[in-house]
Design a protein around this ligand. Structure first.
Ligand code: ZN
Length: 141
């Protein structure tokens, strides 16, 4: 017998603090996302171009193999005539194409340099050997 309470009559205007129906909730777009037109710049994947030029060790600017003309050469670290020091003093390099050994600075064969080097080395060795002999003979008396 109890009649359900009739709902409250709707207010003529929305209650205070609530937006009127049909209006956007806050009246401004969300700020969390950046605009679509402000995307970060695409990563520049193109690597910088390396300057053109030879990068071979021992290549000393225009020096070419006296036999085949190839400018590519590799330094020689050891030779039978100069050990480990001789090829460094004479800038001894070896052609990567024909294997010819020459001077990496002058582009000429190191024949003269090798002769001088061996002569000097041999001369020093002879002097040292002679001194040893002289001292040995002097001490024996
Ligand atoms: Zn060569």
């Amino acid at each position: 017998m109890t009649q359900p309470n009739p709902p409250y009559p709707p207010n003529p205007w929305p209650p205070y603090g609530a937006p009127p129906p049909g209006a956007p909730p806050q009246g401004f777009p969300p700020q969390g996302m950046p605009p679509s037109g402000a995307q970060p710049l695409p990563y520049q994947s193109a690597p910088p171009q390396a300057p053109y030029g030879y990068a071979y060790p021992g290549y000393g600017g225009g020096v070419r193999c006296p036999r085949c003309g190839d400018p590519r050469s590799s330094p020689v670290s050891f030779t039978w005539w100069g050990g480990f020091i001789g090829p460094r003093i004479l800038n001894h390099v070896q052609c990567v194409t024909c294997g010819n050994q020459y001077n990496g600075k002058t582009g000429r064969p190191n024949t003269t340099g090798i002769i001088v080097y061996t002569a000097v080395g041999g001369g020093i060795a002879l002097v040292v050997f002679a001194l040893i002999i002289i001292l040995a003979v002097a001490n024996s008396r």
